[in-house]
Design a protein around this ligand. Structure first.
Ligand SMILES: NC(=O)C1=CN([C@@H]2O[C@H](COP(=O)(O)OP(=O)(O)OC[C@H]3O[C@@H](n4cnc5c(N)ncnc54)[C@H](OP(=O)(O)O)[C@@H]3O)[C@@H](O)[C@H]2O)C=CC1
Ligand SMILES: CC(C)(CO)C(=O)C(=O)O
Length: 336
């Protein structure tokens, strides 16, 4: 059986790695000491929005705090935040066999490329996680929204596909992963809005003023993508180009037209909110910052996303962390 290592055991790493292990795969989670202590004390308890649950005792979980645990791995799932990708790649390069397959299960566009800087001998593939995972403490991780994992199509994934199927997390292999990543990035433009609202995703997206903030950020991104001749993949019931218009609908109508967009666990929050709470640098430069960088490459500007980047950096440094929808909308509109 193939050894699978998860580099960066946190929300996504513990959930995906834990589901694979629960289905019998040989998984080692590589994470921080605080997580190792939590799992040693409580075990790992996974649940999903459909009512599924998978519990493992501490003795059933293979968790390590050093990258040397990845030495024998044939497959490595990288689940660190974007700021930690280069360091993770450097650590992995010290121990991985040249035959190892490394998959980035991260948001943003360039993490696989960053890993390749250090992992030149290995096969490094980009991926995309569509669903939300909330850490609830005491070894509990909850998948709060739907969707299937997507990984850049590659023949070297074949030996692992059955393990993901068995775990109930089948891997889709799209021919055009960058289009999928751009489609996801357009959705993730909401991450700073959610973090700055200090509200659960469902509550935040139920309020029109916050949705209008997202519509502004997406409209800006969509116009730039069109100019760059990039067609983002459709990841929701609605095509990406329709989203800004639908987001602006009054609350009642939005609830009807976009019912599936609000099918979110009431407690779920964005990963950027989690970073802000944990006093970590957020991924805003790798998400909204990508729209700003795209604008620059086209000789244009992206004032709404640039403002969101500034507001997040201010919040990271102890600035304002709680904005009403109307206040945030006014701040973004003023940037136009
Ligand atoms: N959470 C979610 O719902 C979703 C997240 N994503 C994306 O998935 C990726 C992972 O996110 P998420 O799981 O939330 O992140 P987390 O912060 O929950 O987990 C990452 C963990 O990896 C640890 N870590 C970082 N570097 C190393 C290292 N070198 N060795 C061992 N451990 C390390 C971090 O510790 P420390 O903080 O101390 O550095 C942290 O505990 C991100 O790109 C995110 O955007 C995508 C979809 C949904
Ligand atoms: C699933 C989603 C879009 C929202 O939780 C996410 O990717 C994140 O939190 O980073």
């Amino acid at each position: 059986m193939a050894r699978i290592a998860v580099m960066g055991a946190g929300s996504i790493g513990c959930y995906v790695g834990g589901r694979l292990a629960a289905a019998g795969a040989d998984v080692v989670l590589i994470g921080r000491e605080r997580l190792a202590r939590e799992i040693a004390r409580h075990g790992l308890h996974l649940s999903d929005y459909r009512g599924g649950s998978w519990s493992q005792h501490p003795a059933q979980i293979n968790i390590a705090t050093s990258v040397t645990a990845a030495t024998q791995a044939q497959l490595v799932l990288v689940t660190v935040k974007s700021a930690a990708t280069l360091a993770a790649g450097e650590e992995l390069a010290r121990v991985l066999d040249a035959q190892a397959v490394v998959v980035s299960l991260q948001n943003g566009l360039g993490n696989a490329q960053r890993l390749r800087q250090h992992l030149q001998a290995q096969t490094v593939l980009g991926g995309m996680v569509p669903f939300n995972v909330l850490q609830r403490g005491e070894g509990r991780f909850h998948q709060g929204t739907e969707g299937e994992l997507e990984v850049e199509a590659h023949v070297r994934l074949a030996p692992f596909l059955a393990e993901f199927e068995r775990a109930g997390l089948p891997l889709r292999q799209p021919a055009d992963l960058p289009a999928v990543q751009w489609g996801k990035l357009l959705l993730n433009l909401n991450n700073p809005i959610n973090a700055l609202s200090n509200l659960p995703l469902k509550t935040q997206l139920s309020q029109r003023a916050y949705r209008r903030c997202l519509a502004l950020a997406q409209r800006e991104g969509l116009a730039l993508l069109q100019q760059a001749a990039v067609a983002p993949a459709r990841l929701t019931a609605l095509p990406p180009a329709w989203l800004p218009r639908v987001l602006q609908l009054p609350d009642l109508l939005f609830g009807i037209v976009a019912r599936r967009m609000l099918a979110i666990d009431p407690l779920a929050r964005s990963s950027m909110w989690e970073d802000l709470q944990a006093q970590r640098a957020t991924e805003v430069d790798w998400i909204n910052g990508e729209i700003v960088a795209l604008a620059q490459s086209l000789g244009r500007s992206a004032p709404v996303n640039a403002r969101l980047v500034e507001l997040m950096h201010a919040a990271e440094q102890g600035g304002r962390r709680e904005w009403s929808g109307a206040e945030l909308l006014a701040a973004l509109t003023a940037a136009l």
